[in-house]
Design a protein around this ligand. Structure first.
Ligand code: C5P
Length: 398
């Protein structure tokens, strides 16, 4: 799923101080062209005015189950039927308890009871309330019923305590919700993805690396996770935050990447090596900082293991994808690697372009297999990631 445009989202706001952050969550859905309805409990109105949500969502806010204006256009049954996803953010201990036990004493709890839509709750409360056995039991009831629980995060709380109880940040909640809105065509599939550059140390303060930003591999991990997969991302040093819901393994050198990948390879169904693994490492690493005494400094480099080549030899029925970053003879060189490394697919991109390849947010890729060659147009790396996943899916279904 590349877009949530046209999806029907209901955000339920209950009475917690984090309610102000829900405005940002609402804006994220609107900016992504979802159709948003906001429902507030009485307690929520003590923290934030309905007008704020009305301004952002562009439609009247549902406040009362007996509200004649709101109910005239869409009663709670109709609202519940139309939703692709209902998110309660913040979800107080009180509302969590109510929905766990089937109460329907306000518009929000009535919608939840009447709905068969996916529900996501974002708890926000004092850490002791969160740790209370009553809340734990209620959360377990909801989880068993298929409700998705996002958070809470650990940190400073409004009541000046600190602990588990903070509502997750709006960007995190938004990202997490995408999985619930997607078709989940990769559920029960385990991905192992590598991303970013590697760093090969020369001395304690210097290293050799390359210009890879890691963006393509991170977007692949993100897209696979949104489509329902279980994803492990082995990443070299990048400036990117780990994608929501993805298991991160951070490494530095090619050797460390090789060790991490080997450990995880047996458990995966699909492995995508999008990392720009350093081909060479310094033969010796000086224990002390190298002084600038010499006019010419010679460093000998030795070859790193080719991780993907090794995986190709032991791949069995796993689906193996490589990347080929080339500056010349793109298709010819990539095709050579497809066969040499015994891959199911290779994604080729021309890294001499300024709008594709390293460090850009866009990419123009060729997806090559033994039998097919697809050229995707220039697009965001997220869309390119979906294109690659679509090709993998098509080939695995053959
Ligand atoms: O470096 P090369 O162009 O051969 O990279 C092609 C593919 O091989 C990429 O998918 C890259 O992640 C992988 N590779 C690797 N180990 C290396 C070098 C490259 O797994 N030492």
């Amino acid at each position: 799923m590349e877009t949530i445009a046209g999806k029907n989202i209901i955000i339920g706001v209950t009475g917690g101080i984090a309610a102000y952050k829900t405005l940002i969550l609402a804006r994220l859905f609107i900016n992504n062209e979802a159709i948003l309805k906001v429902v507030m409990t009485k307690a929520a109105e003590s923290f934030i005015g309905p007008l704020s949500f009305q301004a952002i969502s562009g439609s009247k806010i549902g406040l009362d189950i007996l509200d004649p204006v709101f109910d005239s256009g869409m009663d709670h049954i109709e609202l519940a039927r139309d939703a692709d996803l209902i998110i309660i953010a913040p979800a107080t201990a009180n509302t969590i308890a109510k929905i766990a036990h089937g109460f329907s004493d306000n518009l929000l709890t009535s919608i939840i009871l009447a709905s068969t839509s996916p529900v996501m709750i974002c708890p926000a409360m004092n850490n002791n309330m969160w740790a209370n056995q009553a809340t734990i039991d209620n959360i377990n009831i909801l989880k068993k019923r298929g409700v998705h629980v996002c958070g809470p995060a650990y940190g400073e709380l409004a009541c000046s305590d600190s602990g588990a109880g903070r509502m997750e940040e709006p960007e995190f909640i938004f990202e997490d919700s995408l999985r619930l809105l997607s078709e989940n065509d990769f559920s029960d599939t385990r991905f192992l993805i590598s991303a970013g550059p590697t760093q090969e140390p020369i001395d304690p303060v210097r290293y050799i690396t390359n210009r890879s930003s890691g963006k393509m591999g991170y977007e692949l991990a993100r897209a696979a996770r949104i489509r329902g997969a279980e994803v492990t991302l082995v990443s070299g040093p990048t400036n990117l935050p780990g994608p929501v819901g993805v298991e991160m393994i951070n490494i530095r050198t090619a050797k460390e990447m090789s060790d991490a990948i080997k450990k995880k390879f047996t458990d995966c169904d699909i492995c995508i090596m999008a990392a720009a693994v350093g081909d060479y490492r310094s033969q010796k690493q000086s224990e002390q900082k190298i002084k600038k005494d010499m006019d010419v400094l010679n460093i000998n480099f030795e070859k790193n293991p080719d991780i993907l080549l090794g995986l190709g030899k032991q791949k069995g029925d796993k689906f193996l994808v490589g990347f080929a970053a080339e500056t010349q003879d793109l298709i010819k060189n990539a095709t050579k690697k497809l066969f040499k490394k015994n891959l199911n697919m290779i994604v080729a991109n021309d890294v001499s372009r300024t709008d594709a390849g390293f460090q850009t947010n866009t990419n123009q890729v060729h997806i090559l297999t033994e039998k097919t060659a697809i050229k995707l147009p220039l697009m965001s790396k997220f869309r390119a990631a979906h294109g690659i996943l679509n090709s993998i899916k098509a080939m695995r279904n053959e």
